[in-house]
Write a protein of this length. Structure first.
Length: 510
C-alpha cells in the first residue's frame, strides 16, 4: 500500500478542499503519482466523470491538481440536499435513493464504511500517495459512531491526520486544542499535528502560540499558510464561494471594448453548480453578481437562471419575489436571459414532476417552447457539440427530460442536428453545465449578449479558462511548497503519524 494523509478541519470551510488540492499539486510537481479522495461529500456542486459517474466538484478539481482524470472511486458517497431534512444519496456515481438525515445517520452511513474503505484501498494500490479530505470537523461527537469520512476512515485505513484551522475566523488555538481533546485515545493517536490557514500579518507574532500549542498537545504545526484572495475554487456549497470571485480576482485586465457587461445570477433555492458562471467572471470587463430582488435585474445585460436541485421550489421562489415578472418583461423587451439545467427547465411552458417535488403538472415561466417531464433515471453525461459556430462541451446532471416544440436550436452535432436546448429571441436555455468554459463558445455567446443589450463590449481574444484554473492550482501548490514544512509533511505521508503522541484529556465521552 502507498502513503496517505487525511486533511481534517476544525470547522466546515476551514480550507480542507484547497489545502488538499495544494498538497496534491505540490506532490505531483515532485514526480509523485497522487490521487484525491473524499469518502462522503455533501454538496450540490457536482461533476460527471468520463465514465458517467457523478461526484463532488471539489474532488474533480483535486484530480485536476493531480493531473489525472477524476473517477467515482475518489468520492464514493455524494449527498445532494433536496430540502431541510432529506438528501439524494449517490453511491459510486449513481443515485440510489432519497434518505432523511436521521435515516442516513441511523444506519445506512455505517454500512457504507466497507465500500469507502475498498475504494480507498483500490486507489492506494494504484497511486504512490492518496490525499484524503475530511468533512466538517472530526470532533462532531454526536456523529462519531457512524462516521465514515473523518476519524472513521482514518482508523479504518490507518491514515495520519492533519487538522486545518482557519485563523481568519479567530479562536484557532482553542479550536485546535478542543478538536484534539474531544477525540478518543485511539483517534488521537492518528492526529499528527496542525496547519494554520488564512493567516494575515507577521508570522513571528504567532510563533509563541504555536510553541505553547506544541507544549500542550505534543504535536507540531506543519505550516502557516498566508491569506490569499481567489483560492476558493470548486468548493462544496454556498454563495460565498462564487461571491469571492475566485477566477475574477485573478483577472486584472481592463475591458477590451468600451463597455463592461453586467451579469446577474438569480440565487435560486438549492442552487447547484453555481461555478457555471465562474467562466463568465474570468472575462475582462464582465461583472458577475448574485441577486434575489427584481430591481437588481434592471441594469443587468444578461440574467442567468442557474441549476437547482428543486426546480418547482425555485419556480415558486421566483414568483414570490417578483423575479418571474421581471424575467418575462426582459424576454418581451429582447433583453438576454440564459437558463442552465434546472434554470432551463423552469423557463419552459410546463413541468411534469412526479420525481423531485412530486407535484405533478406545474406551469413554467413560458419563456421557451419546452415541456419537461421528470424521469426516475438521472441523465449523467459528458456531451460535445457545436453552438454559435464554435465547439462546445459540458456535462449533464438532471432528471428532467426536455421536449423542445419550437424556437431555434441551441447546441447541435457536427451535422447540424439538435442535441440540446433552444433559443427564442434573446432567451437561451441548455442542460449543459460547464459549457461556458469552452472559450470560443463563451466569446461568441458574449458577443450575442452584447449586441442584444446594446453594449460596446468586446470579449478578450485570448482568455483561456483552463489556463486560469491551472494558474490557481499552481498557486495552491506554491502555498504548500513555500509555507508548509514539506520535509515533515513528506515523512507524514510516507510513514504515518509519529509514535508516542500524548493523550489529551478528557477524550470523547463514553
Amino acid at each position: 500500500m502507498s502513503g496517505g494523509l487525511l486533511v481534517a478541519g476544525t470547522t466546515s470551510d476551514a480550507g480542507k478542499s484547497v489545502v488538499t488540492a495544494g498538497i496534491c499539486r505540490w506532490l505531483v510537481r515532485q514526480g509523485v503519482k497522487v490521487a484525491p479522495f473524499k469518502a462522503q461529500n455533501m454538496s450540490l456542486n457536482s461533476f460527471v466523470t468520463r465514465e458517467g459517474a457523478e461526484i463532488g466538484r471539489a474532488q474533480a478539481m483535486q484530480a485536476q491538481a493531480c493531473r489525472i482524470e477524476p473517477t467515482a472511486l475518489m468520492n464514493p458517497v455524494l449527498l445532494k440536499p433536496g430540502g431541510e431534512q432529506s438528501s439524494q444519496v449517490v453511491l459510486l456515481g449513481r443515485p440510489v435513493g432519497e434518505l432523511s438525515a436521521r435515516g442516513y445517520h441511523g444506519g445506512r452511513q455505517q454500512k457504507l464504511l466497507g465500500t469507502v474503505l475498498d475504494c480507498l484501498a483500490e486507489l492506494r494500490s494504484t497511486y504512490d500517495a492518496v490525499i484524503c479530505e475530511g468533512a466538517g470537523s472530526p470532533a462532531e461527537i454526536n456523529l462519531r459512531r457512524t462516521d465514515i469520512v473523518n476519524m472513521g476512515i482514518a482508523r479504518g485505513a490507518r491514515l495520519p491526520v492533519l487538522v486545518v484551522g482557519d485563523i481568519d475566523r479567530g479562536g484557532v488555538f482553542a479550536s485546535f486544542f478542543g478538536t484534539l481533546a474531544l477525540l478518543s485515545p485511539e483517534d488521537q493517536e492518528l492526529v499528527a499535528g496542525f496547519l494554520v490557514n488564512k493567516f494575515r500579518g507577521d508570522v513571528s507574532l504567532l510563533e509563541p502560540g504555536l510553541d505553547m500549542l506544541h507544549g500542550l498537545t505534543g504535536r507540531s504545526t506543519y505550516g502557516v499558510l498566508p491569506f490569499r484572495h481567489g483560492l476558493g475554487i470548486d468548493e462544496e456549497d454556498g454563495l460565498r464561494v462564487s461571491l469571492r470571485g475566485a477566477v475574477r480576482e485573478s483577472t486584472v485586465a481592463p475591458p477590451v471594448g468600451e463597455d463592461v457587461l453586467r451579469v446577474a445570477v438569480c440565487a435560486v433555492p438549492l442552487m447547484s453548480n453555481f461555478t457555471d458562471v465562474d467562466a463568465l467572471a474570468a472575462e475582462p470587463g464582465v461583472v458577475v453578481r448574485f441577486v434575489d430582488r427584481p430591481e437588481e435585474l434592471t441594469d443587468a445585460d444578461l440574467v442567468v437562471v442557474p441549476g437547482t436541485r428543486g426546480t418547482v421550489r425555485a419556480l415558486e421562489w421566483l414568483r414570490e419575489r417578483g423575479l418571474a415578472r421581471a424575467l418575462a418583461s426582459r424576454a418581451a423587451q429582447g433583453r438576454p436571459v440564459l437558463g442552465i439545467c434546472g434554470g432551463f427547465q423552469l423557463l419552459g411552458e410546463h413541468i411534469e414532476d412526479d420525481v423531485e417535488s412530486r407535484r405533478g403538472h406545474v406551469d413554467g415561466l413560458g419563456l421557451l417552447p419546452v415541456r419537461v417531464r421528470f424521469a426516475r433515471e438521472k441523465t449523467l453525461a459528458r456531451p460535445r457539440g457545436e453552438a454559435l459556430g464554435e465547439r462546445v462541451e459540458g456535462y449533464e446532471i438532471h432528471h428532467g427530460v426536455a421536449e423542445v416544440t419550437g424556437g431555434e436550436g441551441f447546441i447541435s452535432d457536427a451535422g447540424g442536428h439538435g442535441l440540446d436546448g433552444c433559443r427564442v429571441g434573446a432567451v437561451w436555455g441548455t442542460h449543459w453545465h460547464g459549457s461556458l468554459e469552452s472559450d470560443g463558445f463563451r466569446r461568441a455567446f458574449l458577443r450575442e449578449v452584447a449586441a442584444a443589450a446594446g453594449r460596446r463590449f468586446v470579449p478578450a481574444p485570448d482568455t483561456s479558462f483552463a489556463a486560469l484554473r491551472e494558474e490557481q492550482l499552481d498557486r495552491l501548490g506554491d502555498l504548500i511548497e513555500q509555507h508548509a514544512d514539506t520535509d515533515a509533511l513528506w515523512r507524514l505521508i510516507e510513514s504515518g503519524a509519529p509514535q508516542g503522541l500524548p493523550f489529551i484529556p478528557p477524550g470523547a465521552p463514553a
